[in-house]
Design a protein around this ligand. Sequence first.
Ligand SMILES: Cc1cc2nc3c(=O)[nH]c(=O)nc-3n(C[C@H](O)[C@H](O)[C@H](O)COP(=O)(O)O)c2cc1C
Length: 329
Amino acid sequence: MAHAVDLLYRALYRGVLARLPEPAAIALGQWGLRHLPLDHLPALRRADPRLRVSLGGVSLPNPLILSSMYYDPRILRRAMGLGFGAVTAKSITSEPRPGHPEPNLVRIETPEGPGLVNCNGFRNPGLEAYRRALAGLPHRVPLIVAAAGESAAEYARVVAGLEAFGDLVEINISSPNTRLVYAWSERPAELRDLFRAVRAVTAKPIIVKVSPDFREQNEAHVIPAALNAGIGIVNWGNTRRVEEPRLSQRAGGLSGPALFAATLDSVRRVVARFGADLEIIATGGIDAPDKARAVLDAGATACAYFTGFITRGPHLARSILDALVDARR
Ligand SMILES: Cc1cc2nc3c(=O)[nH]c(=O)nc-3n(C[C@H](O)[C@H](O)[C@H](O)COP(=O)(O)O)c2cc1C
């Protein structure tokens, strides 16, 4: 059954999704996620006690996380049945945001394989509407809620408003598509205030999601400031900023396998530097079982992906979980 889903998705991706204009492909993909009961297929999951991990003290059935992108609770609910050990909701801001105009997402063929470039710009319904949306969502696996903002006060407001609905809370200081969010890594003093402010409003484990574009700042300031504030999980990381003339903003965040070599290298360096003080979620370019294994073997506690979910399909999680179990035999 799992194999059949894999073949079907490949045919759908190559034959339809990769050929449609991007907005139509997104609409079709999200329609499918909302309406097809894929989460009822046990073949897309694998439960095995050897896969269980603890992230910030929260028990995850396995170390695979769906990275932040979807905010529709119907999609998050389905995703929770697609093999992931945790699912991340989209970064929410205190007020609703329309995001950047289309074109805001394009496919890209890189030498490493298919990727995306987006300038989504935090299209989201805002804190109050999102609190209502999350209220009815059952947590089949842990939910990571995510906050973004332009001031420490905005992050604190969003975290305080969302934290009751999540098992962990992610602070996005790294999206390259909103100037003030992207700039956080270069403002170490304000970042310290931000970390203290969010730490003060929740007892839930906090994850700081960093940018792969600020490698040195992350190691020199961002991670030490997080640890100092009592924040012990880093998600490395977000998309990488690139020029992209096809997008409305002429630039966007690159995701997909072109990021992977740097992701693995960063995990190795951060593990060597911060050791057991820090838990790491490795994100960026994971789209195959051997890549997930490599980052976990390098010392990441968990690994996350989004682009692989689109380009490889819902079967990828099961393939990765099978490989992880085989490796533990
Ligand atoms: C269309 C799109 C929207 C995204 N929205 C968010 C977001 O709201 N918050 C966030 O932290 N990351 C967001 N990301 C980044 C992903 O969560 C992930 O960190 C990044 O794509 C790298 O992983 P990947 O190569 O597996 O996709 C988004 C990525 C894409 C492609």
